[in-house]
Ligand binder design. Structure first.
Ligand SMILES: Nc1ncnc2c1ncn2[C@@H]1O[C@H](COP(=O)(O)OP(=O)(O)OP(=O)(O)O)[C@@H](O)[C@H]1O
Ligand SMILES: [Mg+2]
Length: 315
């Protein structure tokens, strides 16, 4: 009993195949009630596939899902009432206005006429679409459509909401609005699972993050731990010419953790800052390749992401 109170969602070894192609390979994670969980991964890593499975749109080939402690597959119809979903590319009927569209959503959710009317007014207010609600959806901007998609996802007051790239179509101001809104959902007790490419969005709102690559979860941790564990000093060096072979030489030093080379730029992750400060430049100037710039910085979530995905690439 207690377990179900704490864990809103538990995903255990989910597998998904399209023909021979394994899109998801034993995905496991848990989401605590009332938290915001970020799902980060490059294009094609399997984020939307995971979300489609969790919102009951597609089936899976192995593993278990528990929602509020109950088996998802066995109680799917009932449990889906607790779930809201914003797909990556929501499809609307452009000839309808927002009022009509939300009415339609309420009807297919079997809500009463009175509840539909009240909830429509309420949710339009929440996503700030009250004023344009009588205009045709076809005339909405990307941001307005995104907010309408969120209104649809929240229409039945879900306990957990899956948001697939909720901010990707938006300008910075629109993104901030949606992120503030997501934080508000959390403060009201709604659990949020959101996928994104935008790392700063994760840093801004998420409590917990999983990094997905090629259908596998590379790390899963709370944001604080992740930063403490993976954040390292990085030296960014720019050379005049490409520096392709530099990594194999640098990796011989014990104080070098990993090296990322992109043409004439190298990012060198070190585990001993003091030694690196005194040794790195000394070593580099011995080479033939002229150094154009040399900079020390602290890694952020983006660096962690790029490094982990790169390491996975080289496995
Ligand atoms: N219906 C399908 N049939 C075959 N392969 C599919 C199908 N749907 C998705 N895939 C493949 O599964 C992989 C994961 O796709 P998915 O859409 O889940 O990735 P994603 O992480 O959401 O990517 P993006 O960041 O681009 O949205 C991709 O290689 C994709 O081509
Ligand atoms: Mg996707």
């Amino acid at each position: 009993m207690e377990e179900s109170v704490i864990k809103m969602l538990k995903v255990v070894n989910i597998k998904k195949k399209y023909g021979e192609f394994e899109v998801l390979k034993d995905i496991s994670f848990e989401i605590k009630k009332g938290t915001i969980y970020g799902f980060l991964g490059p294009n094609g890593s399997g984020k939307s596939t995971t979300m489609n499975i969790l919102s009951g749109l597609i089936d899976f080939n192995g593993g278990e899902i528990y929602l509020g402690g109950e088996n998802f597959k066995k109680n799917k119809r009932r449990l889906l009432k607790k779930v809201g979903y914003l797909p990556q590319d929501p499809v609307f009927y452009n000839y309808m206005n927002a009022n009509e569209y939300l009415h339609f959503i309420g009807e297919i959710s079997n809500m009463t006429e009175k509840n539909i009317r009240e909830r429509t007014i309420e949710i339009l207010e929440i996503v700030k679409l009250t004023e344009p609600a009588k205009r045709k959806i076809g005339q909405y901007s990307g941001g307005m459509k995104q907010r309408l998609g969120i209104a649809v996802a929240l229409f039945n007051k879900p306990e957990i909401v899956f948001l697939d790239e909720p901010t990707s179509a938006l300008d910075p101001e629109g993104r901030m609005e949606i992120l503030e809104f997501i934080k508000k959902l959390k403060s009201e007790g709604t659990t949020v699972f959101m996928s994104t490419h935008i790392l700063s969005d994760i840093e801004r709102v998420c409590d917990h993050v999983s990094i997905l690559d090629k259908g596998k979860i590379l790390v899963s941790d709370n944001l604080e731990n992740l930063k403490n564990k993976y954040i390292q000093p990085i030296f960014d060096i720019e050379f005049e010419k490409p520096c392709a072979k530099l990594d194999s030489i640098l990796l011989n030093f014990r104080w070098v953790e990993s090296v990322l080379i992109r043409e004439n730029k190298a990012s060198i992750y070190v585990n001993n800052l003091e030694i690196a400060k005194s040794e790195l430049l000394k070593f580099l100037v011995q080479g033939e390749n002229t150094i154009l710039s040399y900079e020390l910085r602290k890694s952020n979530l983006e660096d962690i992401f790029i490094r982990l995905v790169n390491e996975n690439e080289n496995l």
